[in-house]
Design a protein around this ligand. Structure first.
Ligand code: SF4
Length: 882
């Protein structure tokens, strides 16, 4: 029987039906009854079944390299924390947690740190994702409230997407908008993003704004709305404060806006007129807004425009922050951020501290903000923090100045890491490793971007001795002497306590109230359906939106306009002339500990890359598929060049996913500077000054093999899963002298393997294929240029039969025969359909995505590749017209 649970990836929070088959295989499909996705899933969600195996799992508690009992590990953690607090005070310890853990896990971590240890040094990787939205909400609304719901996207007449590549990062929301546009072509979409991402596919207008030009753009919009009599003066008067000051700081010069944004007057006018005329407008924003030194100001500049037009809290209207992680919102709710208390209470508010302290019967309660993520790791580095517990996250890859974070952890006297994976770039620096339950094994709740709380349910047994994160913390708390407050026996009991806290002395003065679930019993918790908060006790479900009629959570219940100023122009640095933008790709998640297990997901984009504008590439002497080095004053990353008109001149985009487990030198966060927004503490992960250089390679290589490859002795390499084994791309400054020996070592061949070697005398290239009986054990292509072999075809050869000598020579030649067309780069991960196959379908007359889908199946399952299919159709049209 299928189990209803929730996808563990992005903040859309899709409902999933998971089925475990008698052979142990897991299949998933979208839950048609879940209000976030109504049955849809994206490529990552669809492939969840491929990622739940136990490969690489941490199975036992370990102290150093020694497997130990839970009792010994927990005692060690408790003793070291107690001793550190005794000797150096509560602020000498810290927790660094994650938007991957459940709300119940988060609640326990926060209660232990803020109520019993007495420090607020607990922060979360959600700091890297949406802290600026939290700060912006609190400045404007007096509370961290997302006012709207996903259905507003379908009810709007205009959707403005700011710094948000929804097509790849929140694919099901993208699909919902695309479907709404199909039904209602009058629905307009504006995309504001320096890159022409795949989301541009549904945009009527794409504004390729200069990095961090958003504040100026929205200040200009507020001025335009005022000048064109488009304000809702009644709403401003009745429900807000500070409008005049905010308008005053907007300035009056459209020319200045054009200069600050890099947009033409015509583009600005088109956007402003669209916004002014569409009452039902939703402005969606995510990391492109949040990850900036002016992230909070960007959020408030957007909110100001919605407050000024009264477009908030009504159907189809409102500012809408979408979160990156599955439970970023749940963490915010229970105080996972160092500057908040539980249940949306303020740490700087003595009454709130008293309320939470009494509710918990806490011996001590933190009454000032703790260290936010970047400052927390600085404190580890300089010795102020002497013991840190990291849960479900990989800061050695994901934090800015990632090498500095690694160095800090190396010198930290005591590092505990709770994780599901044994070997990550962070676990290798831990003194104690605690095995946690993974998705499918754990049990709890998560909250998505529209305040909808859903259950993550158990459908698999945890392997080895893995245990829930909440249980690990509660056991440590007991050993620290706080047992009475941490004696839950199930997540249902924790949820019940949390729900009671939201209602405790609330009486409508706080936005977050789910008192209806205080005292919930196990059976009701187990069958809990997704619901949106607020849900106070004793009243039937109330409106799913906030603020249509004011009622903000400020002392006078009015919203605050924030008088945002135009940010100063960044100082140009000759030595670092490019702006580095980091982000996600369609089919990978964070540091690839799960998606890296799936051949399907690894097939779409197999290597880390740097997107460069053709003009810049020309100037740098970089060609497509060259290797480039992207460096800042912090570090360097080596990745594949991807030359594309999608990129703005002077900018470079590199994905965040590749770690030392998958690549030689591609941890892009080692390059990102630890510069933060002053209000939110969120790192500016999209605007590091960098230099880009061509890496001069004497050798390029591509290999496939059945077994996991040995790490090559090469300056650049990347490994990835394929259906029957592994693929490897590499480049180096020297060509190997003994190519046979090089290949044998790389492929880890046994003696009996037979080699077929081909040397192209003219180019000096080599191809070496190894066979064991009729089976291809591996093949290596070496060249002085980027290897021009069809990857998808070569990968298929690993599972093919090679009895026939001509088939063997085709592998060596790296060319499919005439009867085996090269499908090209994989576009549709679900059905393994390549770009060449899609192009073929278009050339034979398929001129819509639907027609291509009928002919090839591409895009007919999860639909995540539809924007790429549409782009191929458009490209073919352009070529035909030329
Ligand atoms: Fe998961 Fe995709 Fe839904 Fe995000 S959009 S929750 S990754 S299925």
């Amino acid at each position: 029987m299928a189990v209803c649970t929730t996808c563990p990836y992005c903040g859309v929070g899709c409902g999933v039906l998971a089925t475990v088959h008698p052979d142990g295989a897991v299949t998933v499909k979208g839950d048609p009854d879940h209000p976030a996705n109504f049955g849809r899933l994206c490529s990552k969600g669809s492939a969840l079944g491929e990622t739940v195996n136990t490969d690489g799992r941490l199975l036992n508690p370990r102290i150093g390299d020694r497997a130990v009992s839970w009792d010994e590990a927990l005692a060690q953690v408790a003793d070291r924390f107690v001793a550190t607090i005794r000797d150096y005070g509560p602020d000498s310890v810290a927790f660094y947690v994650s938007g991957q853990i459940t709300t119940e896990d988060y609640y326990v971590a926060n209660k232990l740190m803020k109520g019993f240890i007495g420090s607020a040094n607990i922060d979360t990787n959600s700091r890297l994702c949406m802290a600026s939205s939290v700060a912006g909400h609190r400045r404007a609304f007096g509370s961290d409230t997302v006012p709207g719901s996903y259905e507003d996207l379908e009810q709007a007449d205009l959707i403005v997407l700011v710094g948000s590549n929804l097509a790849w990062c929140h694919p099901v929301l993208y699909q919902r908008i695309a479907a709404a546009r199909n039904k209602r072509p009058d629905l307009k979409v504006v995309l504001i993003d320096p890159r022409r991402t795949m989301t541009a596919d549904i945009a009527d207008l794409h504004l390729a704004i200069r990095p961090d030009g958003d504040v100026s753009l929205f200040l200009g919009l507020l001025r335009y709305l005022a000048d064109h009599d488009k304000l809702d003066l009644d709403y401003i008067e009745a429900h807000t404060n500070g409008f005049e000051e905010a308008l005053e700081t907007c300035g009056h010069a459209p020319v200045a806006v054009a200069a600050a944004t890099g947009l033409s007057q015509d583009e600005l006018q088109r956007f402003y007129a669209l916004f002014a005329d569409a009452e039902k407008t939703v402005t969606v924003y995510s990391q492109g807004v949040n990850q900036s030194v002016v992230g909070t100001d960007k959020v408030n500049a957007i909110i100001n425009c919605h407050l000024a037009t009264g477009r908030i809290g009504r159907p189809g209207m409102g500012p809408f922050s979408v979160t990156g992680q599955p439970n970023a919102m749940g963490g915010r709710e229970v105080g996972g951020l160092a500057n908040m208390l539980a249940a949306h209470m303020d740490i700087e508010n003595p009454e709130h501290c008293d309320t939470v302290g009494r509710f918990w019967s806490a011996p001590t309660i933190a009454d000032r903000a703790g260290l936010k993520a970047v400052d927390m790791f600085r404190a580890v580095a300089d010795g102020r923090i002497k013991a840190i517990w990291i849960m479900a996250t990989n800061p050695v890859d994901s934090m800015p100045d990632a090498d500095g974070v690694a160095a800090a952890l190396e010198t930290c006297p005591f590092v505990v890491v709770s994780d599901v994976i044994a070997e990550t770039d962070t676990t290798r620096l831990a003194d104690v490793r605690l095995p946690s339950l993974a998705w499918g094994e754990k049990d709890g709740t998560v909250t998505n971007s529209e305040r909808r709380i859903s259950r993550q349910r158990t459908f698999l047994e945890g392997p080895g001795e893995a245990r829930a994160d909440w249980w690990q913390m509660a056991e440590v708390a007991k050993r620290m002497g706080f047992g009475h407050a941490f004696d839950w026996t199930s997540p249902a009991e924790i949820f019940s306590e949390y729900a009671a806290l939201t209602a405790f002395e609330n009486n409508g003065v706080r936005d977050l109230d789910i008192g209806a679930y205080a005292g919930i019993e196990s059976d009701a918790y187990n069958s809990l359906k997704p619901f949106q908060w607020p849900q106070p006790a004793g009243v039937s479900p109330i409106s799913s939106r906030f603020f249509a009629n004011g009622g903000f959570f400020t002392p006078d219940r009015k919203a605050r306009f924030v008088a945002v100023k135009t940010p100063a122009k960044p100082v140009e640095q000759d030595a670092y002339p490019f702006v580095l933008n980091t982000g996600r790709i369609r089919d990978h998640w964070h540091t690839m500990t799960r998606t890296g297990k799936s051949p399907r997901l690894s097939g779409h984009i197999a290597e880390p890359f740097a997107e460069l504008h053709p003009g810049d590439a020309d100037r740098l002497g970089v060609a497509d598929a060259d290797i480039v080095e992207v460096s800042s004053d912090r570090g360097v990353a080596r990745v594949r060049a991807l030359v594309t008109e999608r990129q703005l001149p002077g900018a470079v985009f590199v994905p965040m996913h590749w770690t030392d487990q998958f690549s030689a030198c591609a941890r892009i966060d080692a390059v990102v500077a630890p510069v933060t927004d002053p209000h939110s503490g969120q790192p500016a992960s999209k605007a590091t000054a960098v230099v880009v250089r061509r890496y001069v390679a004497a050798l390029f290589g591509f290999a496939i093999m059945a077994g996991k490859p040995n790490r090559p002795d090469a300056d650049y390499w990347t490994i990835g899963r394929i259906a029957a084994g592994w693929r490897l791309e590499f480049a180096h400054s020297q060509y190997p002298e003994d190519v046979e020996n090089f290949a044998r070592k790389l492929l880890g061949l046994r003696e009996r393997a037979q080699l077929l070697v081909f040397r192209d005398g003219r180019r000096g290239d080599h191809r070496i294929a190894a066979f064991e009986e009729s089976r291809l054990a591996g093949v290596v292509y070496l060249s002085t240029q980027p290897v021009a072999v069809s990857r998808s075809w070569a990968i298929e050869q690993l599972a093919a039969d090679h009895d026939d000598l001509s088939a063997r020579w085709r592998v060596v030649a790296g060319r499919p025969g005439a009867d085996m067309p090269d499908k090209g780069a994989i576009i549709c991960a679900c059905f393994g359909v390549g770009a060449n196959e899609i192009e073929g379908a278009v050339r034979s007359g398929c001129d819509t995505v639907e027609a291509v889908g009928k002919a090839t199946c591409a895009g007919t399952n999860c639909g995540s590749c539809k924007s790429e299919i549409r782009e191929i159709i458009d490209d073919c049209r352009i070529v035909a017209a030329e």
